[in-house]
Design a protein around this ligand. Structure first.
Ligand code: CTP
Ligand code: MG
Length: 234
């Protein structure tokens, strides 16, 4: 089965602060999105990358991609994204040609995921899992709170057993038909694709995540990403 990667890159990056759309911010001299595309194309199994660009940024993204050589085996398609991540992923799925039976969904905001993690996700889908997520144990204890009025302290109502919690990353890998069905039937806000498959009643499995697959969300994450790239160059 052939494998395609959909890269949602249409977000503004509000939490990163003012500036260009997050995926176009530069890390180690190259836009974050180009790092993310290369991270997918580095896997020998990936032969198509669908980039979901900021709604008015598809031409700019196309020319950026044309300026950065990819492996011969990899095609890249660019489509404009939507208002929410979920909508952007759906627009990327709609652009997939026939013949790709395994689909990865990978945040442009995780530019540094190692190829071994990508390959582990693909392998688990090939082994029959309908949905696969890279996951890591948590360092922090997590509290559940009750919502409070602005300025009021939030009371803690529970402390879930940390040993059973995982932080999940991307790429998340799917049997294509399952992911398409999830996007066609599940309504309501979600923050990842695997949760939509969970809502279909199917089992999502984990593979080990990687600390370098962290999401660039706030300004400190840019500092960390630059440091990881500098370490790789040594
Ligand atoms: N994304 C997208 N379309 C949207 C919103 C988000 O394709 N309408 C993408 C982002 O470009 C990013 C990924 O989804 O690669 C993960 O989202 P997040 O880290 O939340 O990025 P942003 O939404 O851009 O950041 P923020 O929430 O801080 O605005
Ligand atoms: Mg967001």
């Amino acid at each position: 089965a052939r494998t395609a990667a959909v890269i949602p890159a249409a977000g503004r990056g509000v939490r990163l602060g003012p500036g260009a759309p997050k995926a176009l911010r530069v890390l180690g001299g190259m836009p974050m999105l180009i790092h993310a595309v290369h991270a997918m194309a580095d896997s020998r199994a990936v032969s198509l990358v669908v980039v979901v660009a900021p709604p008015d940024g598809a031409p700019e993204v196309r020319s950026l991609l044309d300026a950065h050589a990819l492996p011969e085996r990899t095609d890249v398609v660019v489509v404009p994204g939507g208002e929410s991540r979920q909508e952007s992923v759906k627009l990327g799925l709609d652009a997939l040609p026939p013949g790709y039976d395994i689909v990865l969904v990978h945040d442009a905001a995780r530019p540094l995921v190692p190829v071994d993690t990508v390959d582990a996700v693909i392998e688990a889908v090939r082994d029959g899992a309908p949905a696969v997520v890279p996951a890591l144990p948590l360092a922090d204890t997590v509290k559940q709170v009750e919502p409070a009025a602005p300025g009021e302290p939030e009371p803690v109502v529970a402390t879930p057993d940390r040993s059973l919690l995982r932080a999940v990353q991307t790429p998340q890998g799917f049997d294509r038909a399952t992911l398409v069905r999830a996007h066609e039937t599940v309504r309501g806000d979600v923050t990842d694709d695997a949760s939509m498959v969970e809502q279909l009643g199917l089992t999502v499995v984990t593979v080990p995540g990687h600390e370098e697959a962290f999401k660039v969300t706030r300004p400190l994450d840019m500092v960390l990403a630059e440091a990881v790239l500098a370490r790789r160059r040594h």
